[in-house]
Design a protein around this ligand. Sequence first.
Ligand code: ADP
Ligand code: MG
Length: 417
Amino acid sequence: MSTVPEPAPGGQAAKKSVRDVDVRGKRVLVRVDFNVPLDPAGQVTDDSRIRAALPTIQYLIGQDAKTILCSHLGRPKGAPVEGLRLAPASRRLAELLNRPVAQARDCVGPDVQSQVDHMKPGDVLMLENLRFHPQEEANDPDFARQLAALADVYVNDAFGSAHRAHASTAGVVQFGRQGAAELPAVAGFLMQQELDALGGALHNPEHPFAAVIGGAKVSSKLGVLAHLLDKVDVLVIGGGMANTFLKAQGYEVGSSLLETDLTPTARDLLAKAQAANVKVLLPVDVVVTEGKVAADAPHHTADLGSIGMNEAIVDIGQMTIEVFGAELLTCQTILWNGPMGIFEMQPFAEGTIAIAEALAEATRNGSTTVVGGGDSVAALEVAGLTDAVSHVSTGGGASLEFLEGKTLPGVALLDEK
Ligand code: ADP
Ligand code: MG
């Protein structure tokens, strides 16, 4: 057996997965992300996060484990809120599993402990919203120990919460092991998939490797840009943040979203890219609105250098779509974060949808394509192409921090292979 560590997702050694530990008949506490949208009647309006956790839950049931699920839902601010109970999610889970799921009234305390004591192999119990207790977000050691005491094995399958050091993502391992005989801490299948896809793109990409970075502000993507610079062959920059780069190159951008104070930083990034032999693609034409930014505002396509003072860039232009698309189709790995325009306004969604289509085509051609970021994933859904790319990250903030090269506490604490 080799002692050389496996390729490192997120800069860390590979993590143990739920398959690497004995869970048969054991009490397994699984941190899931059931932070699902609810309608006013308390119905789950989008169950994709519940579906995403099914492989781990079904595996545990198949292993005759006692599956104890925990999650946060919304922002109850440390006290019970009727509308933020997890019962609608556990009802939906029961439908998807086609077997009963018990719903606890709390997530810690003697009642929960006794409910767990009465579980039989194969049973599934959903704990109540973790954030009904302020100790969850405070990563309180006692609260974390109470969670840990419910279980023989801890599984984190909530990638979307892994960038937060909360009791259920960090403390349960940090503090739960003190005094406890042993609490293996491993990744669930969804977590594993995220680490493999994002980590694979970052640390072991097939070249040429392109990153498409967009979104509103350079400031929110500086960390990502800096971290990707020495990894990618091609950097495609679009969206509102491209404006600051265009300005740095001496183009007027009218009344567009602009971070004037960051033009030197943008210039610096472009110089670094050049030094690192990274090909940078910026828009060559753009869609601008006249007077105001609104879906019904008059708009036209403008070349760089011909943007009027009261015009605002809202999307990339047709020529840019073609240049970006052609470049991406030469790449073996593509990472996309950030829309190319104000895609929420239908007339300005074209550039973003075209990028989604380019990724879909690249995927069909055998390239690996990974999409992260809340709005980018939403745009992919608008384009109807969620299933047409290799991987869609379920973690908005978490995927961003991962791409910045930050250590995610919820990942770092898991056992290494
Ligand atoms: P993600 O959530 O995928 O990481 P961001 O949050 O960084 O993406 O950016 C998404 C936002 O960027 C969207 O709300 C979109 O309207 C905005 N945006 C994109 N292009 C522009 C533009 N040219 N001007 C203003 N806002 C833009
Ligand atoms: Mg966003």
